[in-house]
Design a protein around this ligand. Structure first.
Ligand SMILES: Nc1ncnc2c1ncn2[C@@H]1O[C@H](COP(=O)(O)OP(=O)(O)OP(=O)(O)O)[C@@H](O)[C@H]1O
Ligand SMILES: [Mg+2]
Length: 237
């Protein structure tokens, strides 16, 4: 496997508090890897650590061989990593289209931005229809689509997604998961997907890791995880 994103023996947290205790993980080029685990396991912290939003105490995070330790989120985005966080992932008072423009902020006056907006809206017809509507007026599912669409505006090669389907109806969740699969397949973007809904994540993931108490307790192919009951996966029962 060609690892595009690598975490080697990472200890990280917030200030002195340590949340991740020795996490090693590799995301392969163009693959979807699901990070599963119970509430408070450190899933969001793992993404925050990659994106320069947590305190890295020890270990190494690298992207295409470039060390990310100590870099700011703005630098990490420029290298090709994009993040759709769990909360506050769109600007509620901006329209759909304005959110996409802001998403491309780091590209400056790149003339390709306009056509990328159209291209990304074509991928999400549900929000294309609402391009002049403020984000706060969108449904939960539409808002999550916008968060993913916004993250694509930097043309990433790695996308970090934190519970994109949380709070969505089963139907809206399934629709978004299919979009995420489509993004991987048509754009070759590698995706690190944090998801609470294990079955849903395993349907689109190539590989999965289970994080419990800040440590990866299990790793394997999505197929091999499918037959394991969640309690056993998370708590070894
Ligand atoms: N900004 C922060 N400052 C201090 N502690 C934090 C911060 N964010 C998270 N924590 C703590 O870190 C631990 C792991 O939280 P994290 O958000 O990474 O878990 P999670 O696996 O994403 O959980 P969930 O499934 O509920 O989203 C928790 O004990 C949490 O209270
Ligand atoms: Mg979380």
């Amino acid at each position: 496997m060609v690892g595009v994103l690598r975490l080697v023996d990472v200890y990280s947290g917030y200030g002195k508090m340590e949340v991740l205790h020795g996490v090693s993980f590799e995301l392969g080029k163009g693959e979807i890897a699901a990070v599963l685990g119970p509430n408070g396991a450190g899933k969001t912290t793992m993404l925050n650590t990659i994106f320069g939003l947590a305190t890295l105490h020890r270990g190494e995070v690298s992207f295409n061989g470039v060390k990310l330790n100590g870099r700011k989120p703005s630098e990490i985005v420029k290298l090709g990593v994009s993040y759709a966080p769990q909360l506050d992932n769109v600007f509620p008072n901006l329209t759909v289209e304005e959110n996409l423009v802001v998403g491309a902020f780091i590209r400056g006056k790149d003339p390709g931005i306009r056509s990328d907006i159209e291209d990304i809206l074509d991928l999400f017809p549900e929000i294309k229809r609402r391009r002049n509507q403020k984000a706060k007026t969108l449904s939960g599912g539409e808002r999550q689509m916008l968060a993913v669409a916004r993250a694509l505006m930097t043309r990433p090669s790695v996308l970090l997604l934190d519970e994109p389907t949380s709070g969505l109806s089963p139907k809206a969740g399934a629709t978004l998961m299919n979009k995420i699969k489509e993004i991987q397949q048509t754009r070759g973007v590698a995706i690190l997907l944090v998801e609470q809904n294990v079955a849903r994540a395993l349907e689109i993931a190539d590989r999965a890791a289970v994080l419990v108490g800040g440590k990866i307790v299990r790793e394997g192919s999505a197929d091999e995880f499918k037959s394991i009951p969640i309690e056993r996966l998370f708590f070894g029962k």
